[in-house]
Write a protein that binds this ligand. Structure first.
Ligand code: NAI
Length: 339
């Protein structure tokens, strides 16, 4: 018994040290922004990250110098907005997180950001396709429902598209869904898992509370769903024009990056809901859809189906699919018209 326990812990130790040895370069494009800075901080605290590359159109090296003094092992480097700076920043990246672009102001929908952010994401996607074609590309910039298809179209045009490696980060919706149910039920939010499917804006965000083991009814359920769908607006309004969710988004982005790194470093059963090219609702015009996704060393390992849902949730899903198909098409059409 004792010997078996010793052998197990030796195996664990070996597994741990081989994990720790694996080098992982994580890159943030838009690193000096409201999300970029705390995201860079959280990544600096992650022992799975060995190199942290920070790029922004202004202020990347400053953030890097600051974060770089934190006494964890990873090397941090900041890059200026020159073509060679962006190239060098991206080369060799395992994970690229993109929170570059403008955030919402009160009264704006995520789609209102399209005109500005579509071209920012397109250009950063072009640079990524050229310098980091095999990295996991994680899009945070809104509207995610359109900026992710934009990224994919750019990768396709460059001949390096791999559907297993392009992700829209919807983790914040999942984080909010578990936090908000725990506030109602008085439980520990860290142990609540509420699956959220669909997309990442308003009615396209569909929390599947029935699968979490909780039940809400009537107005309380309506209010819960509304809060998950429009939780971002709470923050935009409370900040009164100074931006949207940055700190909670940084936490969500860091969690998603951590999940990708865990899976890349061999951990099994890592499941994160995220927005990926998905077979689930292609027949409804939605080539992209967020559901639970098992991650692996090659990116997307397995896309879980939505599973059993209530009639109420089916109605939410029907509305979601209509909006989502339009958002996706808008992104694809943008790249066709503005290659
Ligand atoms: P921010 O304005 O504070 O920061 C954006 C940063 O991007 C700035 O530092 C800016 O200099 C930089 N930037 C702009 N163009 C760039 C380019 N071409 N290359 C590199 N960097 C560039 O905005 P914040 O609050 O950080 O939000 C960023 C984006 O994230 C917004 O589009 C926002 O809507 C989105 N967001 C997404 C969420 C999600 O759940 N996926 C949640 C919250 C925000």
């Amino acid at each position: 018994m004792f010997a078996a326990r010793q052998a197990f812990s030796a195996a664990q130790r070996r597994a741990f040290s081989s994990t720790a040895r694996q080098a992982s370069k994580v890159t943030v494009l838009g690193a000096a922004g409201g999300i970029g800075q705390p995201l860079s901080l959280l990544l600096k605290l992650n022992p799975r990250v060995s190199q942290l590359a920070l790029y922004d159109i202004r202020g990347g090296p400053g953030v890097a110098a600051d974060v770089g003094h934190i006494n964890t092992k990873s090397e941090v480097k900041g890059y200026d907005p020159t073509p060679s700076g962006l190239k060098e920043c991206l080369e060799g990246s395992d994970v690229v997180l993109i929170p570059a672009g403008v955030p919402r102001k009160p009264g704006m929908t995520r789609d209102d950001l399209f005109n500005t952010n579509a071209s920012i994401v397109r250009d950063l996607a072009k640079a990524s396709a050229e310098s980091a074609p095999e990295a996991n590309i994680c899009i945070i910039s809104n509207p995610v429902n359109s900026t992710v298809p934009i990224t994919a179209e750019v990768f396709k045009a460059a001949g390096v598209y791999n559907p297993k490696r392009i992700f829209g980060v919807t983790t914040l919706d999942v984080v909010r869904a578990s936090r908000f149910i725990s506030q109602i039920k008085g439980t520990d939010p860290a142990s609540e898992i509420v699956t959220v499917v669909g997309g990442h804006s308003g009615a396209t965000i569909v929390p599947l509370l029935s699968q979490s083991g909780f039940e809400l009814k009537g107005e309380q359920l309506d209010e819960y769903v509304r809060r998950v769908q429009f939780g971002g607006d709470e923050v935009v309004q409370a900040k009164g024009g100074a931006g949207s969710a940055t700190l909670s988004m940084a936490m969500a982005g860091a969690r998603f990056a951590e999940s990708l790194l865990k899976a890349a470093q061999g951990q099994k059963g890592v499941v994160e809901p995220c927005f990926v090219e998905s077979p689930l609702y292609k027949d409804k015009g939605c080539d992209w859809f967020a559901s639970n996704v098992e991650l692996g060393p090659n990116g997307v390992e397995k896309i879980h189906p939505v599973g059993k849902i209530t009639e109420y949730e089916q109605k939410l899903l029907d509305v979601c699919l209509g909006d989502l198909a339009k958002n996706i098409k808008k992104g694809v059409d943008f790249v066709k018209a503005n290659p």
